[in-house]
Design a protein. Structure first.
Length: 318
């Protein structure tokens, strides 16, 4: 029978959440820096107090029971609220203090992180940022599992249970070999994509999907580009291929200063009337109580982006 006087401890809830996320007692014990017997005892105490089975144990696997799956979001929300309570009590104004795990997509991370980390150090010295660079789908999975606190990615995320905070729109620039007929052009229409041998990032990168969406907007069949054998997992590699004359690509504005100063490349720009851009924003769990902190974080991310774009202006105006 459920003990009406029972109140689970945060340690017991954290034990349950960690086991449920990792589906392995040994891994969960290592992450919590406790022994497996202590882990099991904490889980048993929680299940006994609630009079429900949260985790089904077997010799081969760990299964979260249906009632465990139902209660898991509440356990996570409780832990997040407790963490936010502690963070709020630590620093001046209670903003951005203590550990914060930030996920960020690979086509943005290298270009804004140096300035962002400096901004965080200057403005919030008590913050302990932890950075995870991953593709969008992995960031969303890690958000759901509580492995990261907030993600910086292209919107919309189309993910249930998440809140999106738009930050800025980032234009795309066409990058071609320096002897390409479009090199230096400034008033191109979307249909120019049909004449470019587009080089795309591998599947899973949101930038790849955004370029293919632009092709569809221009009524260009993207099948040939999407099936291209020549692909890469980073913008750096893609641009090396452009230098070698293997094709052209689209690059977000924040990446230009870092990636496009190398010899052999030239830029071309869409006409001002053309909308060729992506929206970057923050995504976090709707159960999170740290919206005010994420608003402050978003302002620093936008500042870092503007610094990167300012560094690119020399190339853009050339």
């Amino acid at each position: 029978m459920n003990n009406k006087e029972y109140r689970p401890t945060l340690a017991q809830l954290r034990t349950f959440v960690t086991i449920a996320e990792n589906k392995h007692f040994g891994t969960a014990a290592n992450k919590l820096s406790i022994s497996q017997p202590s882990l099991s005892q904490a889980l048993v105490a929680l299940e006994t107090g609630l009079d429900v089975q949260l985790i089904e144990r077997s010799t081969r696997k760990v299964i979260v029971t249906p009632i465990g799956e139902e209660l898991l979001p509440y356990a996570k929300a409780t832990l997040e609220a407790a963490d936010a309570f502690l963070a709020r009590s630590r620093g001046a104004h209670g903003l951005l203090t203590g550990p914060l795990t930030i996920g960020i997509i690979p086509t943005l991370a290298p270009y804004i992180l140096p300035q962002l980390l400096q901004n965080l150090q200057d403005g919030y010295p008590d913050l302990e940022p932890r950075i995870v660079e991953e593709q969008t789908r992995h960031l969303l999975n890690q958000l759901r599992d509580g492995q990261i606190d907030v993600a910086v990615m292209a919107l919309p995320s189309d993910s249930a249970g998440m809140i999106e905070q738009p930050l800025f729109n980032e234009p795309f620039t066409i990058v071609v070999p320096e002897d390409h007929p479009q090199a230096g052009e400034n008033n191109l229409k979307l249909d120019v994509l049909e004449d470019l041998d587009l080089l795309l990032l591998d599947d899973g990168h949101c930038l790849r999907d955004q370029v293919l969406d632009l092709c569809r907007t221009a009524n260009i069949n993207p099948t040939e580009a999407s099936d291209s054998v020549t692909r890469a997992s980073s913008l750096t590699t893609i641009l090396q291929l452009v230098v070698a004359g293997l094709g052209s690509t689209l690059v977000p504005q924040s990446a230009l200063a870092t990636e496009c100063r190398r010899p052999g490349l030239a830029l071309a720009h869409f006409d001002e009337s053309v909308t060729a851009q992506r929206t970057i924003g923050l995504v976090y769990r709707s159960s999170s109580s740290r919206a005010e902190e994420y608003k402050a974080l978003g302002e620093l991310i936008t500042q870092a982006y503007e610094e990167a774009v300012e560094a690119s202006q020399e190339l853009i105006l050339a």
